[in-house]
Write a protein that binds this ligand. Structure first.
Ligand SMILES: [Zn+2]
Length: 168
């Protein structure tokens, strides 16, 4: 924790710079932002206000939780591994795919107005990892030296649910 400031501070309720683009997308999804809204450029104060509104509505922890699930969903989706259960939970959380796309686009654009401080957001697959079935590891073969046909096999962390990064 940073040192506590003793001087009275008028801090904004939500520090948008601390929100990753996943978190901003979650906030925008539940905000009053019109689904057809188009980014107005770097000085787009409306967008930042809607992000703030969404965070106030959901609460910081819930925004982060949903953002983790969204990042997890996108990772699974990107590898074409979405299961019916993952899809069901995702759709329950984000019933409108169109609005979610709009929220994600605007969240990505908002980074131009206010870059996020890079922080780790846990990537969570809600509905079970389709690759490792929750064991968090995979049996894998990797090449040490192809010429001499030297291969090793063993368990390694699941490449889907245990890999880091890509969550900003
Ligand atoms: Zn896994």
């Amino acid at each position: 924790m940073p040192a506590t400031l003793t001087a009275p501070q008028v801090a904004p309720v939500v520090l948008i710079g601390e929100l990753s683009s996943w978190e901003r997308a979650v906030a925008l999804y539940v905000s009053d932002m019109p689904t057809g809204y188009r980014y107005q450029g770097r000085e787009d104060v409306n967008l930042l206000a809607w992000i703030e509104q969404g965070v106030i509505r959901l609460g910081r922890d819930e925004v982060r939780r949903r953002a983790s699930f969204l990042a997890g969903y996108r990772r699974v989706w990107g590898r074409d591994l979405v299961t019916p259960e993952i899809s069901r939970r995702h759709a329950a959380r984000f019933p409108s795919a169109r609005r979610l796309n709009a929220a994600e686009d605007s969240a990505a654009a908002s980074v131009l107005s206010l870059a996020p401080v890079v922080r780790d957001l846990p990537v969570v697959i809600d509905g079970g990892c389709p690759l490792c079935d929750g064991t968090r590891q995979q049996w894998a073969t990797w090449v040490i030296d192809a010429e001499s046909e030297w291969y090793e096999t063993g368990f390694r962390p699941c490449t889907l649910c245990q890999s880091k990064g890509g969550a900003a």
